[in-house]
Design a protein around this ligand. Structure first.
Ligand code: PEP
Ligand code: MG
Length: 328
């Protein structure tokens, strides 16, 4: 099987009945970017900027960030690169910015922290924009959005940064392209405000890892409740399906960058829901490409139907396994 997967690695991600999927990678380490983009054709659906921040002893300066981001954007200048603004707090501590909280996953993390420290946010967004001068492939994504107000505030800051960098660029006679702005859908509240949110941003990206944690009220890293944390819980699948349908109605591009996108059963179900853009760890790319090439859209829709009417994730797994066995 490994050989068959390898042989088909460069073929397009298209199902047997012609449904075309766009596969992208999640990255944060430069080694991952090299591996992923080595093939020259893959974009980055999620660049986790907190990873380089976590590997340092102090906040990187604006010019250090420019250099870092420039290298990432240049790795695939013809492909979209989605850079997520700093998503620290929760399970991702910065050694030089300690936060002590009783309940960190419900606390000061992601966009909450950077909106309270606009100087951190502005430096980072300016660095992304400066890094993108002369290029057209930058998208900026906001993590942990839970309300429309946060989007308004972040947008205002992104605009401010844009005008600052644009002025600099004009003086030097350089071209600054306007980046696309998107948000992560990973806090359940946003499921009920998708039309309002869709009118304010250019794209959505589903963070199914956190969405699972918050929908099921299960800490994603607590081993004691690990058996309860599962993205194939029928309620989570219903939420993912609902997002896909609502995004289509609102005519806003939606992708998904949680772990489920890089799993064979998950990718098939997501295809059945209507997702056409999956972002995953680079090492899952070939496998998922192969899976997609060997299924039919109508089969994925039938599998989705059984999954959604299941009572538990165990039952969902049973349906997935049965399907994969039939496919051999
Ligand atoms: C997610 O929450 O699904 C996600 C992709 O972001 P992270 O895993 O970095 O929280
Ligand atoms: Mg997340």
């Amino acid at each position: 099987l490994a050989q068959r997967i390898e042989r088909e690695a460069d073929k397009p991600s298209e199902s047997e009945d012609g449904c075309s999927m766009d596969l992208l990678v999640n990255a944060g380490l430069s080694a991952e970017i090299e591996t992923a983009v080595h093939s020259g054709k893959v974009g980055i659906g999620l660049y986790r900027t907190e990873i380089p921040f976590m590997m340092r002893e102090r906040f990187p300066s604006e010019s250090e960030q420019v250099e870092l981001y420039r290298n990432v954007l240049l790795a695939a200048p013809q492909r979209e690169i989605v850079m997520r603004t700093l998503d620290v707090g929760g399970d991702k501590p910065l050694p030089y910015f300690p936060i002590t909280e009783e309940n960190p996953f419900l606390g000061w993390r992601g966009i909450r922290l950077t909106l309270d420290h606009p100087e951190i946010f502005l430096v980072q967004v300016r660095a992304m924009l400066r890094a993108s001068i002369g290029l057209k492939n930058l998208s900026i994504m906001l993590p942990m959005i839970s309300s429309v107000g946060e989007v308004n505030e972040a947008r205002r800051l992104v605009e401010q940064a844009f005008f600052e960098v644009e002025e600099e660029a004009q003086i030097k006679g350089e071209q600054l392209h306007r980046p696309r702005l998107g948000i992560m859908l990973e806090v359940p509240s946003v499921l009920y405000q998708l039309p309002q949110l869709a009118s304010k941003v250019d794209f959505f990206s589903v963070g199914s890892n956190d969405l699972t944690q918050y929908l099921l009220a299960v800490d994603r890293n607590n081993t004691r409740v690990a058996s309860l944390y599962n993205s194939y819980h029928p309620a989570v699948l219903s939420a993912l399906y609902d997002i896909a349908k609502q995004s289509a109605e609102q005519n806003i591009p939606v992708s998904i960058c949680g772990e489920i996108a890089g799993e064979p059963g998950g990718a098939i179900l997501l295809m059945g829901m209507g997702y056409r853009k999956l972002s995953m760890n680079a090492f899952n790319l070939r496998k998922i490409n192969w899976v997609i090439r060997n299924v039919k859209l109508c089969e994925s829709q039938a599998l989705l139907k059984s999954a959604l009417s299941s009572d538990s994730y165990e039952e969902v797994f049973h349906h997935i396994n049965q399907y994969l066995e039939v496919k051999g």
